[in-house]
Design a protein around this ligand. Structure first.
Ligand SMILES: [Zn+2]
Length: 166
């Protein structure tokens, strides 16, 4: 099976945002407290997990990336709630005739501890994509003090998504 006849598509997405003072720390739609009072810098709410996920969904259908749909130079998206953008991407996927089978993702952050918030993140993503929470995987890991995430210069995320033709 190739091209237009294929019933399944896979996509992957990656994102990273800088950790800076005087910004909120929002991951998976959950507002977190960083022990050093840091938050993620960016044009929208800088929700690194949701951004990686949107790129995975768009990528699965070769539709480009979120910069194409929500350009940073467009004031309309300044301070945007990324979960609302995710809802728009989900609608686009549906209009193209596809639905999400499942999502898996990982957030790489040294601090704060994400584990207590994972289920809420999964629920937020499930609500915005209109799929069952059981089909949404969110994992968290530190970077063992290595690299930009380990030095707390930023937080990154990877996501994969499987789509099925409706
Ligand atoms: Zn981003």
């Amino acid at each position: 099976m190739t091209g237009s006849k294929c019933k399944l598509r896979i996509g992957n997405g990656y994102d990273i945002h800088r950790l800076v003072p005087d910004r909120d720390l929002i991951i998976g739609g959950v507002k977190l407290e960083h022990p050093s009072g840091l938050g993620l810098d960016g044009h929208s709410d800088a929700d690194v997990l949701v951004h990686a996920l949107m790129d995975a969904m768009l990528g699965a259908l070769s539709l480009g990336d979120i910069g194409k749909y929500f350009p940073p130079e467009d004031d309309e998206w300044e301070g945007s709630d990324s979960l609302l953008l995710l809802k728009k991407v989900s609608e686009l996927i549906r209009l193209e005739g596809w639905q999400v089978v499942n999502i898996d993702s990982v957030v790489i952050a040294e601090r704060p501890k994400l584990k207590p918030h994972i289920d809420k993140m999964r629920q937020n993503i499930a609500n915005s994509t209109n799929i069952d929470c059981k089909a949404v995987g969110v994992k968290a890991t530190t970077n063992e003090s290595l690299g930009p995430e380990g030095r707390e210069e930023g937080i990154s995320s990877h996501a994969v998504v499987l789509l099925e033709r409706k």
